[in-house]
Design a protein around this ligand. Structure first.
Ligand code: GCU
Length: 594
């Protein structure tokens, strides 16, 4: 049977059974595409019992009563409307702690679409999404913080189209994250939705970064998707008078290894970005890309060959004043401006991939970025489905941000504990990350150091594989100082750089009752913790970065002290209203003078 006929049959099957189209890997850099935003008010049906998926209710069919004897017990019309992007918890009082399904509906008009392909692209939906177009299921996705898309070329109709999304934020045993985590479980269509149109053969993916073993060359690839796979392609950087031409092969891919000498490297002090244009016979895209190298040399971290010390801050993707998930450029600007004002040269975006917008803004502002998967604490590594989910999330994150010079670290997990399943999973994930992208460092944040008197031992064997060691330690808060006078001594089994990825404690802004007791949540108690921490840092020769936990108080239902917490984790250097606690000034001073 001729391949074209076979191909046509396979394509037909795909269209006949659209549910085969599970979350397709999303195209990158949608800012550079022909797109129609579907942001705005969507009609919704709140579905706490998840009844809408069944044949009887079938909310996705959006049925209307026709004859006199007809009745339908649901309707988007007349129901609550919710803003997209935006978590649903913060939009209606009855959704404050809601953890179940909300159905969203948006109608959009389509003119002619000849010689175009159409996709619906979601920047994120937390936690599971089912997507229907004009009553037909076009796919589903699991994972609350990475983009996904579905091709709808053959499902669209000229005139009005209805896209219906079921978003469900229930915490699940085999989820990533799992059932328990220390942040608020904001659900819904939390990031942008776009209808994207491309040529029939389009530039789906490209990786254009400096080769890590040779900073005088660009390494990467360009990948086309569509029938005309073999094409001439060109990469241009007008500012450098740089042009490179090549061709994609029969699979639609062109590997890049390009001499690239005269350029200014990206640094926090001078975050140089170039307009990089990728053109083919049928498509064109351009974006701002920076070039730098990041490597480990013994216990040093080298940016562009120079040893550097990471002065960072942990940031959750939340606007405390609004008590909601951050989603807009102004939200990200506020968080990143605070980080710059504090004197940071990097930000740790915890504990899940933040919006692509935030990473791009950090890059323009000269902030290096640590990005992290939500493989957090109580993950059930032994669950047979876990490996596939972890791999998919890692692929989605790296696919999205691999061209961001500012992103220097992929973090695979946070505070997981050694077991055969966990160790093998993290080691496998490390190698997958490196196979997808060898231009960044890979780590995992652990908090399982072993104390013996005033000695702290770093001995988690998974560190043998990681490029750098990351430790969350709360000496002075969760762990009392072993010795009132003698400093804690850190001893590592591995000759690698160490980053303290978390340290700190809680305090309520303006509260100074009884500063000698932790249970008073006093600011002066927290000041003493930070002073002792800074003193300890001086004695750790392989310490190459510190990251206070964290920028601003954040919501977490488990933080239940009725006077001091009220559902907030009070470890912020800033209060939930952006007020600077005393420790803010201590950290700013430490960053300025070290
Ligand atoms: C842990 C964890 C954070 C948590 C913090 C805390 O180390 O990584 O997610 O919020 O400590 O207990 O405040």
């Amino acid at each position: 049977m001729k391949t074209t006929l076979k191909l046509k049959i396979i394509l037909a099957l795909c269209h006949l059974f659209p549910f085969l189209l599970f979350g397709q890997s999303a195209m990158i850099h949608i800012d550079g595409r022909e797109r129609t935003s579907l942001n705005g008010l969507w009609e919704t049906i709140i579905d706490p019992f998840d009844a809408g998926s069944g044949d009887w209710a079938a909310y996705y069919k959006d049925r209307k009563p026709l004859g006199n004897t007809d009745f339908v017990e649901s309707s988007f019309e007349g129901g609550p409307q919710l803003y997209v992007p935006g978590d649903f918890n913060s939009q209606l009082p009855e959704l404050y702690y809601y953890e179940s399904s909300v159905w969203y509906k948006r109608t959009f008009k389509i003119q002619a679409t000849e010689n175009k392909r159409s996709f619906i692209h979601f920047a994120a939906v937390n936690y599971k999404a089912e997507v229907y177009l004009n009553g037909v299921k076009i796919g589903e996705h699991e994972g609350g913080f990475t983009p996904f898309q579905f091709e709808v070329t053959d499902h669209l109709r000229i005139g009005n189209n209805n896209v219906i999304v079921k978003a469900n934020n229930q915490r699940i045993q085999d989820g990533i994250p799992g059932l328990g985590f220390d942040w608020f479980n904001y659900g819904g269509i939390t990031r942008d939705v776009d209808l994207i149109q491309t040529p029939t053969t389009y530039i789906k993916d490209y990786f254009i970064q400096l080769a890590q073993q040779d900073e005088n060359s660009i390494e990467g690839y360009v990948t086309l998707d569509g029938p005309k796979k073999e094409q001439a392609i060109a990469i241009n950087i007008p500012e450098l008078n740089f042009t490179y031409k090549t061709r994609t092969d029969s699979s639609g891919k062109a590997k890049l290894k390009i001499p690239f000498r005269k350029k200014t490297l990206w640094t926090p002090a001078a975050p140089k970005l170039y307009e990089v244009q990728v053109s083919t016979e049928t498509d064109h895209i351009q974006e701002q890309i920076g070039f730098r190298t990041i490597k480990v040399d013994g216990t040093n971290i080298l940016l562009n060959g120079k040893s550097m010390f990471l002065k960072g801050i942990n940031i959750h993707e939340e606007v405390p004043q609004r008590r909601s998930r951050a989603y807009s450029e102004s939200d990200y600007q506020m968080l990143l401006d605070w980080a710059k004002e504090l004197g940071c040269n990097y930000v740790r975006l915890v504990h899940y991939p933040h919006h692509e917008k935030m990473v791009k803004m950090a890059e323009q502002m000269g902030l290096m970025v640590w990005e992290e998967l939500p493989i957090y604490q109580g993950i059930n590594f032994a669950d047979p489905g876990m490996k596939k989910k972890m791999n998919l999330m890692l692929r989605e994150l790296i696919a999205r941000d691999k061209n961001r010079a500012a992103t220097i670290i992929w973090s695979l997990s946070n505070e997981t504990y050694s077991s055969p399943a966990r160790d093998s999973s993290l080691i496998a994930l490390y190698h997958l990350a490196k196979s997808l992208d060898n231009t960044r460092l890979v780590t995992s944040a652990f908090n399982n150091m072993r104390f013996e008197g005033n000695k702290a031992y770093i001995e988690d064997e998974v560190n043998r594989v990681m490029d750098i060691m990351a430790i969350n330690q709360y000496l002075g808060w969760y762990k009392t100082w072993p010795d009132a006078d003698k400093e804690v001594e850190w001893i590592s089994k591995f000759h690698k750089p160490l980053i303290f990825s978390e340290f700190g404690g809680e305090a309520v802004f303006g509260n100074n009752i009884d500063p000698k007791r932790a249970s008073s949540w006093s600011e002066d108690y927290l000041v003493d913790i930070y002073k002792r921490q800074f003193n300890m840092f001086k004695n750790i020769s392989f310490l190459r970065g510190v990251t206070p936990w964290l920028l601003v108080d954040f919501r977490s239902p488990g933080r239940a002290h009725p006077t001091y917490q009220k559902g907030w984790n009070r470890k912020g250097l800033l209060s939930d209203r952006g007020e600077k606690k005393k420790v803010w000034y201590l950290v700013a001073d430490y960053f300025k003078n070290n």
